[in-house]
Design a binder for this molecule. Structure first.
Ligand code: F6R
Length: 585
């Protein structure tokens, strides 16, 4: 969370930073701010709200940093927005992360006479740097990195330094190398229009970017220089634009016509190798967060059904409670769009410490997860900009199926099934289909609650449906295992309560009985599946793809969530309180 960008070059920094910050807005949009260096002075501009709603205000200088905030410590206000200054206003910092020992450090700073202007944990970095400036900027930052605890990425500018000093412990930062100019950002899209040549900064490293010089990378603890490779990123910038679509979310939903197919296009040998590792492992754990967690949960069913194999699933934030089971021969299979989710990265660090092997399904190439995993399958969905994950979900599911089929020794059968899913998804996602779902959304968008039920692989998809509806439309939505309804939740059903029933496999008969129980109590039944049952008040048809049904069932629910959000006037691509990459615990 929080987007950070820095610029060092010969051009005016503030317009470049402004443009880049807009590209990072999906990371946080509570407030924004800029700091530049000109004539030995720190210039600051800050504001509350979204950078895209703010007018551009130039500040002088060819060196600068900028930040878009997702609030953790301290409310959403101009005072709490970054950059933060030291007492003497000689340096400015921006920060992404959480300082876990902030309370103690802040009390010490206040005791020693520092005047803090915000409620944030981040501001203490500026004051700690100020206290350590006798060692020079670079060494002061090294010392501060040793003092603060937790995950952080920090960028610093100072009145008498012609560049940026930055450090990383946990949260990502990447250097973009242009023509006599450098960028440093939390995400590559921030500078992708300017350059696709990057240098990665690993955990425990710092970089000194001085105007006119090659960036110098240093290990924070040992002070040793580190040489870095220049890596070319092959992303297409137009993929990260909305084009003719009203929102990124609908564009990304529609892209599933191609992304499922792209995801299947993996190296067979690598799939077979990992499948073998899964079969030989002493316990397999699937882990991820939110939507990616639901993909893992589906994976538990997929492995059981297809490979007759028991694998365990835990959301990453709960993973520490299972880590007593992790041993040297355990295999941990992780799923993440961004590859930067803090809870997941902690789980991976934990698992690796115990000697487990980590294999990941990731969208963002070069992300922390991609780089720390023993082996990675890139899902190739292209940049996903809407906060609500859609195309990454089905691409992740596709690879989960490939692995399960390969583990059962039936990779080709799996590919045939997935090709069928891809081609039928392509047919399904047409304007008429979208319009039909919009009409159903019109009937329910004023409701306060929506329930979703499913069995087997469609149970985790019911949970995923609830996430999608809640985050995009702010309607309270709740997913249940269909059979669990009668054990309590059915008490919630009253006249007209919308209940979405996900169907499409051998468990349909039982799910339909549950739907009838709901209908008998006045519920409005919206069926999703290949077959129309009498109990449905509305039917959203999905293709019959057998065991692949969760992939095709989640797509119309994504569309429904989208239309509910539009009808309710919600901020579709940037829902309140959320951010695309959750880099704090
Ligand atoms: C919901 C959503 C989130 C993410 C979760 C993990 O639509 O996108 O629940 O799935 O924050 O993010 P990644 O996949 O980047 O690890």
């Amino acid at each position: 969370m929080c987007g950070i960008i820095g610029y060092v070059g010969n051009k005016e920094a503030s317009p470049i930073l402004h443009e880049s910050l807009r590209k990072l807005e999906y990371r946080g949009y509570d407030s924004y701010g800029f700091a530049t260096i000109d004539k030995n002075k720190v210039w600051i501009r800050k504001g509350k709200g979204k950078i895209s709603d703010a007018g551009f205000e130039k500040i002088p200088g060819t060196i600068g940093i900028a930040h878009t905030r997702w609030a953790t410590h301290g409310n959403v206000s101009k005072a709490n927005s970054h950059p933060h200054l030291d007492c003497q206003k000689k340096l400015a910092i921006i920060h992404n992360g959480i300082i876990e020992n902030f309370d103690k450090l802040k009390k010490g700073l206040v005791r020693r006479g520092h005047k803090l202007r915000s409620q944030t944990d981040s501001e203490i970095i500026a004051h700690l740097l100020e206290e350590n400036m006798d060692a020079g900027l670079e060494n002061a930052l090294k010392r501060v990195m040793g003092i603060i605890e937790g995950r952080s990425a920090i960028l610093v500018v100072k009145d008498d330094f012609d560049g940026i000093v930055a450090a990383r412990k946990g949260s990502p930062i990447i250097v973009g190398v242009g023509d006599n100019e450098y960028f440093i950002a939390s995400d590559i899209p921030a500078f992708l229009k300017k350059t696709n040549n990057v240098m990665y900064i690993d955990d425990g490293e710092m970089v000194v970017i001085e105007n006119g010089k090659t960036p110098r990378f240093v290990n924070i603890e040992t002070g040793k220089s580190i040489s870095k490779r220049l890596i070319k990123i092959d992303w297409d910038t137009t993929q990260a634009e909305k084009g003719d679509y009203a929102h990124f979310m609908i564009k990304e939903i529609m892209e599933q016509k191609e992304t499922i197919l792209r995801a299947i296009n993996q190296d067979d040998k690598e799939i077979q190798k990992v499948a073998k590792a899964i079969n030989n492992a002493f316990g397999v754990f699937l882990t991820g967060c939110g939507t990616a967690g639901n993909v893992c949960h589906t994976g538990e069913y997929i492995f059981s059904k297809i490979a007759k194999k028991h694998v365990n699933y835990a959301v990453s934030s709960e993973f520490p409670s299972y880590d007593d089971f992790i041993a040297k021969k355990t295999l941990v299979l992780t799923v993440s769009q961004s590859g930067e989710t803090a809870d997941l990265l902690e789980a991976v660090t934990d698992a690796k410490k115990k000697g487990a092997k980590v294999i990941s399904l990731v969208n963002v190439k070069g992300s922390t997860l991609d780089r720390v995993s023993d082996s990675t399958f890139l899902i190739n969905a292209g940049p996903e900009k809407a906060v609500a994950s859609t195309k990454a979900t089905t691409a992740q599911l596709a690879i989960m199926y490939l692995l399960a089929y390969a583990s059962a020794g039936k990779l080709n059968e799996g590919k045939r099934m997935l090709l069928d899913v891809a081609s039928k998804t392509n047919d399904m996602l047409n304007p008429r289909y979208d319009e039909r779902i919009r009409k159903i959304a019109e009937k329910i968008y004023k409701k306060k609650n929506i329930y979703i039920i499913g069995r087997s692989t469609n149970y985790p998809m019911a949970l995923e449906s609830a996430i999608k509806i809640m985050e995009v439309s702010y309607i309270h939505a709740h997913g249940f295992a269909a059979g669990e309804l009668k054990h309590g939740p059915i008490a919630l059903i009253d006249k007209g309560a919308p209940v979405i029933v996900l169907c499409g496999d051998e468990s349909d008969k039982d799910s339909i009985s549950n739907a009838m129980e709901v209908k008998a109590r006045g519920g409005l039944i919206i069926g999703v599946g290949p077959k129309k049952y009498d109990v449905f008040d509305h039917w959203i048809k999905t293709p019959d793809v057998g065991v692949g049904s969760p992939m095709v069932n989640i797509i119309p629910v994504q569309l429904l969530a989208y239309h509910l959000g539009v009808l309710r006037g919600c901020n579709i691509d940037m829902p309140r309180n959320l951010a695309k990459s959750v880099t704090v615990k």
